[in-house]
Design a protein around this ligand. Structure first.
Ligand code: NA7
Length: 534
C-alpha cells in the first residue's frame, strides 16, 4: 500500500511545449522524479496547435531557440530568418528525441484538478485519465496563449460549413481554393494567414474590429555567413540576449524621437522599415513612454499603409488611430496590407457595422448578411491567465486560484502565488513573458525553479511560498512600471481587455528581461527573500 504522506514523484509538470520540455530535461539531469502531462499527442505547445496557413515566429530563429545545449544550437540549421510553424515543430520534436524526452511525457492527458494537501504538504494532481498523482512541486508550463477564444455571438455553432480557429488548426492541409471565406480577427494570426488564404480563396472577406500596426518581415533564407558568425560566438550572443530588454541582443537606443527633426526621424524609420520585424522602428528610446514620440512612429506606419493600399478610404480603415503604436501586440507580416488591393478581398469595418450573429450560411453584421463556404476565427486567446485558471487549482485553506485571481492575477515575480506552496507558473502573469523572446524567458524561469528546488533539497526544506507582502509589492511594482508606459492606453490582451469580464490589469512585466533576471537572481542569492521556506 502506498504511503499517502510520500509523493509519487518530486515534480508534476503540465505542458510539453518548450517550457515543459526543458524543465523535464533539467529535472532528470538533477535526479528528480517527474511526470509531465500534455493534452496534445506530441510536443511543441503553441507550435503544435497553431498550424494555420502562414504561421511563423516573428522572432528570428537564431534567437527563438534553446541556448542550454551548445551541441543542439550548433547542429540545428534554421532555413529561414523567421521560421515557419512546421519547422519549429520539427525542432521541438528533434529536441524531444535528442534528449530522449518522449518516454517521460503522458500525451493526450490533461490536468483537470490540483489540490494542495495541508497535512502531507503534497499536491494531488488529477488528470483526464482519472489518475491522481501526488507530488511535492507542481509546475504549470501551459503557455501564455493556449486557451483560445471565440466571439460570443448568437448563433454560434449554427454555421453548416467548416469553421476553424487559428489556434486549433486541423493537422491536414486546408485548401480554400475556389471558396468564399470569411476571416474574423486581424491580430498576428489573422495578419499572417490572410495573405495566404487570399492566394487561394475565390472571395475573401476580412472582419476587422481593431486595425493593427504591422511591420514587414522581409523574410528569406538565412545568410550562411551570418549564421556561421552567430554560431561562432553563440555563448556571448546568448548572454547579451539574457540581459537585453526583450531577450534579443540589441544595443538599446539612446535618443528620444523628439531629439531629431522630422526629416532625420523619418530617414531612421525608413531604414528600420527596410530592416523590418518587431524591432524595426525601435530606433528611439521613448516610443513606448511618450505619446508625442509615439505619434511619430504611428504616423510613419500609417503613411506606409496609405502608400501600400491603393484605395484611400480602405487605407484609412486599415490605419490604427485609437491606441499608441506598439501597445497592442505589434504584428509582422508578409504582404498583409497589399492583400487588400486584390479585387476578391474585402474589408468589413466592425467598428462601423458590428457582427451581430453567426447564421447557418455565414455571418450578419448590423447592415449586411454574408454567405461563406468556410469561416476562420483568428480571434485570439484568454491570454496569460486562461490556461491556469481553467485548471481547478486549490491551495492552502481551500483557496482556489480562480477566486484568488478574480480581480486580476497576483503573483510574486510572475512565478509563484501566496497560499499555493511549491506551485510555479512558467512565464506567468507578472513576468516579462509575452513581451520577450519566450525562449529566453522560459529558460530563465526553468533555471530559477531548478536552482530553487535543488537548494531546498540540499537544505532539507519541503515548502516554499511567497509572503502576501512580497506578492503585493511585486504586483504594485508591475503596475507602477506599466504606468510609466503607454501600454495601459490600449484595449489589448496585455491588459486583459479582449475577454469579457476579465479585470483590466497589466498582465506581463514591462521592466525588461535583463532587469527582471537581476531581480530574480537577487531574490535567490539573498536566501529567497520574500518567501517562506520550511
Ligand atoms: P489576437 O492578437 O488577440 O487577435 C485577435 C483578433 O481577433 C483581434 O483583431 C481582435 O480584435 C479580433 N476579435 C476578437 N474577438 C472578436 C470578436 N468578437 N469580433 C470581432 N473581432 C474579434 O490573437 P492572435 O491569435 O492574432 O495573436 C495572438 C498572439 O499569438 C500574437 O500576438 C503573438 O504573440 C502570437 P480586437 O483587437 O480585440 O478589437
Amino acid at each position: 500500500m502506498s504511503d499517502s504522506t510520500q509523493p509519487d514523484v518530486d515534480v508534476v509538470v503540465v505542458g510539453a511545449g518548450f517550457a515543459g520540455m526543458y524543465l523535464l530535461h533539467r529535472l532528470r539531469e538533477a535526479g528528480f522524479t517527474s511526470r509531465v502531462f500534455e493534452r496534445a499527442d506530441d510536443v511543441g505547445g503553441t507550435w503544435y496547435w497553431n498550424r494555420y496557413p502562414g504561421a511563423r515566429c516573428d522572432i528570428r530563429s537564431i534567437d527563438y531557440s534553446y541556448s542550454f545545449s551548445p551541441g543542439l544550437e550548433q547542429e540545428w540549421e534554421w532555413s529561414e530568418k523567421f521560421a515557419t510553424q512546421p519547422e519549429i515543430l520539427r525542432y521541438a520534436q528533434h529536441v524531444a528525441e535528442r534528449f530522449d524526452l518522449y518516454r517521460d511525457i503522458d500525451f493526450e492527458t490533461s490536468v483537470d484538478k490540483a489540490v494542495y494537501d495541508d497535512d502531507s504538504g503534497l499536491w494531488h494532481i488529477t488528470t483526464s485519465r482519472t489518475e491522481t498523482v501526488r507530488c511535492r512541486h507542481y509546475v504549470m508550463a501551459t503557455g501564455c496563449l493556449s486557451t483560445s477564444k471565440l466571439p460570443e455571438l448568437p448563433g454560434h455553432g449554427s454555421f453548416t460549413g467548416p469553421t476553424y480557429h487559428t489556434g486549433h488548426w486541423p493537422h491536414h492541409e486546408i485548401d480554400f481554393t475556389g471558396l468564399r471565406v470569411g476571416v474574423v480577427g486581424t491580430g498576428s494570426s489573422g495578419i499572417q494567414s490572410i495573405p495566404v488564404i487570399a492566394s487561394q480563396a475565390a472571395e475573401l472577406t476580412v472582419f476587422q474590429r481593431t486595425p493593427n500596426f504591422s511591420m514587414p518581415a522581409h523574410n528569406g533564407s538565412n545568410d550562411p555567413d551570418e549564421l556561421a558568425a552567430v554560431k561562432a560566438e553563440y555563448p556571448e550572443y546568448r548572454q547579451r540576449a539574457k540581459y537585453s530588454a526583450v531577450g534579443v541582443p540589441a544595443d538599446p537606443p539612446t535618443r528620444s524621437a523628439l531629439d531629431v527633426d522630422e526629416e532625420e526621424r523619418n530617414q531612421l524609420y525608413e531604414a528600420g522599415w527596410q530592416i523590418g520585424g518587431l524591432g524595426g522602428l525601435g530606433v528611439f528610446n521613448d516610443l513606448r513612454l511618450n505619446q508625442q514620440a509615439n505619434d511619430t512612429a504611428a504616423e510613419f506606419v500609417r503613411n506606409k499603409i496609405r502608400s501600400i493600399v491603393d484605395e484611400p478610404e480602405l487605407a484609412e480603415t486599415l490605419c490604427p488611430t485609437d491606441y499608441p503604436y506598439g501597445t497592442k501586440r505589434l504584428c509582422v507580416d508578409d504582404g498583409y496590407y497589399s492583400t487588400f488591393n486584390l479585387d476578391h478581398v474585402r474589408l468589413v469595418d466592425l467598428k462601423k457595422t458590428p457582427l451581430e450573429r453567426i447564421t447557418t450560411t455565414g455571418v450578419e453584421t448590423t447592415d449586411e448578411s454574408f454567405e461563406f463556404d468556410a469561416i476562420v476565427f483568428a480571434t485570439g486567446f484568454d491570454a496569460m491567465t486562461g490556461a491556469i485558471v481553467n485548471v481547478d487549482i486549490t491551495g492552502v485553506g481551500d483557496r482556489t486560484i480562480k477566486n484568488y485571481w478574480e480581480d486580476g492575477p497576483k503573483t510574486y515575480l510572475g512565478l509563484t502565488v501566496a497560499g499555493f506552496p511549491n506551485f510555479y507558473a512558467i512565464t506567468g502573469p507578472g513576468s516579462p513573458s509575452v513581451l520577450s523572446n519566450m525562449m529566453v524567458s522560459i529558460e530563465q524561469h526553468v533555471d530559477w525553479i531548478m536552482d530553487c528546488i535543488e537548494h531546498m533539497r540540499e537544505a532539507g526544506l519541503t515548502s516554499i511560498e511567497p509572503t502576501p507582502e512580497a506578492e503585493a509589492q511585486w504586483g504594485e511594482h508591475v503596475v507602477a512600471v506599466a504606468d510609466l508606459t503607454l501600454y495601459p492606453k490600449a484595449n489589448s490582451w496585455y491588459m486583459g481587455a479582449n475577454v469579457k469580464g476579465k479585470p483590466r490589469v497589466i498582465l506581463p512585466y514591462i521592466g525588461g528581461v535583463g532587469e527582471y533576471r537581476r531581480i530574480c537572481d537577487e531574490v535567490a542569492v539573498s536566501g529567497y527573500s520574500g518567501f517562506i521556506l520550511s
